[in-house]
Design a binder for this molecule. Structure first.
Ligand code: FAD
Length: 418
């Protein structure tokens, strides 16, 4: 499990590092690992006390598995409990459609590994701790940027003992789609828009259940993630509709869940109160600039991703790999120039744009019509019927989702641990 590496005591509670990474999600933990592996003195701040928060995307895609392989971590990683998804299907009313075939990918790991994200992050933290230049400060929340003129020189943070300053040559915001640091940096955001939100809850799973992922039925849509003895459910709603759904009462909501996934009907009583149902707000946006002098945003802090395709975790990991490839050598000598930092945006903008465009197409062509469909009239959308009929397209869908655009490979150096 993740634990806190205690900050060295210093007068005024200030500590120094070459790089301060704010946020211990997929982007932050992967970047922390890669920079520490390259011998860069790196501190990662995570505001929570562990990675065991309920909501984390569970998908580790072939491109990320390849990165783990390049890091020599794949065997240990795949020893952790996980499921391997080689074909992705969806239920549209009574019709089951094939959407993506990962087994057709010509790769060493042609599957999506489903692993609760806290296990993935714990694994990255444990791997990073082998390097002496890695520090992880849990329960430490970044609250502001420290500046000297226009240049960012570190992070103001807060932990259980109070305020703390981390002075760093480079600060990287990996604090997710509600990033405090990108707001503090005043970077302009292009809001692309997402018409949906997600209600997140658990329901008991019978042992012999079919591992169906996406379920669309009766004007409703739900994704069910198999977590062994329970389904982690993501019930999709039109943006802003949660209050209206609550007003109809919990029984009506339980019925809606059973309508879209009859297999869950015997267990909807597990949703005992509205406290069991978390509203997750979805957004798709993108920063116009990802940098300031001494400061870089990556992952959702640079481009918030929707759940569509389950690709955000992997895009965040790819950003981290690209950032380490481009910056690790330069960080040895101090902070890279803003032009150097901007190379990360230049490299990752194209994959980000294309992936977000894919999410917009799916949300507009599949998710919105599914939510608007009459309770009796569920027909798989044309796009899905075409993909279902044509295995080559299932391979292309697997490539887009599983590998993404411009997959990154680890090129940053390793200074082996003592
Ligand atoms: C409802 C929903 C479902 C999704 N499902 C999937 C899925 O199944 N698969 C997938 O690939 N993608 C999914 N996504 C997208 C995915 O969650 C993100 O793209 C991905 O998590 C981005 O990773 P990240 O590291 O940039 O940010 P995050 O995962 O958001 O991590 C940010 C981290 O920073 C910490 N933090 C935040 N603020 C601070 C602060 N001020 N100081 C210190 N720490 C801070 C947070 O606690 C968190 O650990 C989903 C998104 C949504 C909205």
């Amino acid at each position: 499990m993740a634990g806190t590496d205690a900050p060295p005591q210093s007068a005024g509670r200030t500590l120094a590092a070459r790089c301060c990474v704010a946020g211990g999600g997929p982007a932050g933990m992967m970047l922390g690992l890669l920079l520490a592996r390259a011998g860069i003195d790196t501190v990662v701040l995570e505001k929570h006390g562990d990675f065991l928060r309920d909501f984390r995307g569970d998908t580790v895609h072939p491109s990320t598995l390849e990165v783990m392989d390049e890091l020599g971590l794949i065997d240990g990683f795949l020893k952790r409990p996980h499921q391997e998804l080689r074909r992705l299907g969806g239920e549209f009313g009574d019709a089951t459609m094939r959407i993506a075939d990962f087994s057709s990918l010509d790769m060493k790991y042609p599957f999506i590994a489903f692993m609760p994200q806290w296990d993935f992050l714990d694994f990255l933290a444990d791997s990073a701790r082998r390097y002496p230049s890695f520090r992880l400060l849990m329960r430490t929340e970044a609250t502001d940027l420290i500046r000297s003129g226009e240049t960012v020189t570190g992070v103001a943070a807060r932990d259980a003992e109070g305020p703390l300053e981390i002075r760093a040559a480079l600060t990287v915001a990996c604090d997710g789609r509600h990033s405090v640091l990108r707001a503090r940096a005043g970077l302009d955001i292009e809001d692309i828009g997402a018409p949906i939100d997600v209600l997140w809850f658990k329901v008991h799973k019978d042992r012999d259940s079919e591992p169906v992922l996406a379920r669309i039925r009766a004007g409703r849509m739900m994704v069910t993630l198999d977590r062994g003895d329970y389904w982690q459910c993501a019930f999709v709603i039109a943006k802003g509709q949660f209050e209206a759904i609550r007003a109809e009462g919990l029984d009506a909501f339980r019925r809606a869940v059973a309508d879209v996934a009859p297999i869950l009907a015997p267990h909807t009583g597990d949703i005992a109160t509205w406290d069991d149902v978390k509203l997750l707000t979805v957004r798709i946006d993108r920063l116009k600039r990802w940098t300031k002098p001494g400061f870089l945003c990556i992952g959702d802090a640079a481009h918030a991703m929707s759940p569509v395709g389950g690709v955000g975790v992997n895009l965040a990991v790819q950003d981290a790999v690209a950032a380490a490839n481009l910056l690790a050598d330069k960080l040895v000598h101090g902070c890279p120039s803003e032009d150097d930092l901007d190379q990360v945006r230049q490299r990752r903008l194209w994959p980000t744009r294309l992936t977000q465009a894919m999410q917009v197409v799916v949300q507009n062509r599949i998710v919105k019509p599914a939510l608007a469909a009459s309770p009796n009239g569920v027909r798989p959308p044309l796009l899905i019927r075409v993909v279902n009929a044509w295995p080559w397209l299932q391979g292309q869908a697997a490539r887009m989702v599983g590998l993404g655009v411009r997959p990154e490979h680890v090129r940053s150096p390793e200074i082996p641990p003592p």
